[in-house]
Design a protein around this ligand. Structure first.
Ligand SMILES: [Fe+2]
Length: 331
């Protein structure tokens, strides 16, 4: 069933903004995100490292926290003002949504909550401001990621996730549905004016499939792949380069030393005008996944980062994706 966006939501979301991951070796993960992906290190402490994209003026868009187990801790969204945090708290209380206020270094008022399919989220209304490095071209390395753009979450119930988030003002730009029906298999939802901030796809979940940074151009993806190969991470490219049908982006996916997945991509098209309908893709149409390039590997389809303490459920819809291994006849 297609969702309806609430254009007067209880509070105002503005964009995907920051993600926290637990990692088992801080230095090893820092080296990966700095040297292989190309992010900027804003600050290092004994138990956390804060990174950002080159054009970002906010203190961090990726936080690595040292822990015994690698998990996706939170995915972050910004809200417009401090009052939106207060309004969100009231909304979650009234709707029995698990939530808590937290104090976070370098962030303004911050509220964490669990969405109805078990995705752990963090809202904040501000962050410490730092220098943009978008014209420090001498510091552009690897993919030269400019800014965090979106998340993809694997969920056992795409419909419930989509109804919740469109109820908070997100708008669906593209979706996959079972052939000939509106049974939702994947939904790409946005709040910032391009095709997505938050994606839910059908599968064992909740798990964070990837977070994505926009790079300057397609050539940056090839350079990132070359750098990954040069630094011994060539086997950690688990998909791409290629071009998605959905959202029309060139892409490259990499696994970090704990197997968290980062996507580098060359940005999306605008999706702002309300009369524009979402683009529908039959789930059987392989062009939804790639217009050209090889199908995704099994590990891309089936591996993702769990949230701590959150039970992973089997999906309500049973999928059997065509993988690279099927394509190549490898069993
Ligand atoms: Fe993505």
């Amino acid at each position: 069933m297609l969702p309806t966006t609430n254009h007067n939501p209880a509070f105002n979301l503005t964009r995907a903004s920051h993600v926290s991951l637990s990692v088992t070796d801080l230095e090893r993960s820092r080296d990966f995100y700095r040297d292989v992906a190309g992010l900027v290190v804003t600050r290092e402490t004994d138990n956390a490292i804060y990174l950002r994209g080159l054009e970002e003026a906010s203190h961090h868009s990726l936080v690595l926290e040292l822990a015994k187990e690698a998990k996706a801790l939170y995915i972050g969204l910004r809200v417009r003002t401090d009052d939106d945090i207060t309004a969100a708290e009231k909304f979650f209380k009234e709707n029995n949504i698990e939530h808590r206020r937290v104090e976070k270094d370098y962030q303004g008022p911050t509220l964490q909550f669990r969405d109805p399919v078990g995705t752990w989220m963090e809202l904040t209304s501000s962050m410490d401001v730092v220098d943009r490095k978008m014209q420090q071209f001498n510091e552009f390395v690897a993919g030269a990621p400019q800014r965090l753009d979106h998340y993809q979450v694997v969920t056992y119930d795409v419909q419930t996730a989509t109804d919740f988030w469109t109820g908070l003002g997100m708008r669906m730009s593209e979706y996959t549905a079972k052939d000939g029906t509106d049974e939702l298999w994947g939904t790409w939802m946005e709040v910032k004016g391009n095709t997505h901030d938050l994606v839910f796809t059908n599968g064992r979940g909740p798990r964070l499939h990837h977070f994505a940074y926009a790079v300057p151009d397609g050539a940056s993806l090839i350079h990132a792949a070359d750098v990954a190969g040069a630094l011994g991470f060539g086997d950690e490219i688990d998909r791409g380069p290629g071009r998605h049908g959905i959202s029309n982006a060139l892409f490259l996916y990499l696994r970090d030393p704990d197997q968290h997945r980062i996507e580098l991509f060359n940005t999306h098209y605008q999706f702002i005008d309300l009369e524009t309908p979402p683009i529908r893709w039959d789930v059987s149409n392989p062009r939804r996944a790639q217009l050209w390039g090889m199908p995704a590997s099994r590990r891309w389809f089936f591996e993702a980062s769990e949230f701590p303490g959150e039970e992973v459920h089997e999906p309500l819809l049973q999928a059997n994706p065509d993988t690279l291994e099927d394509y190549l006849g490898i069993h």
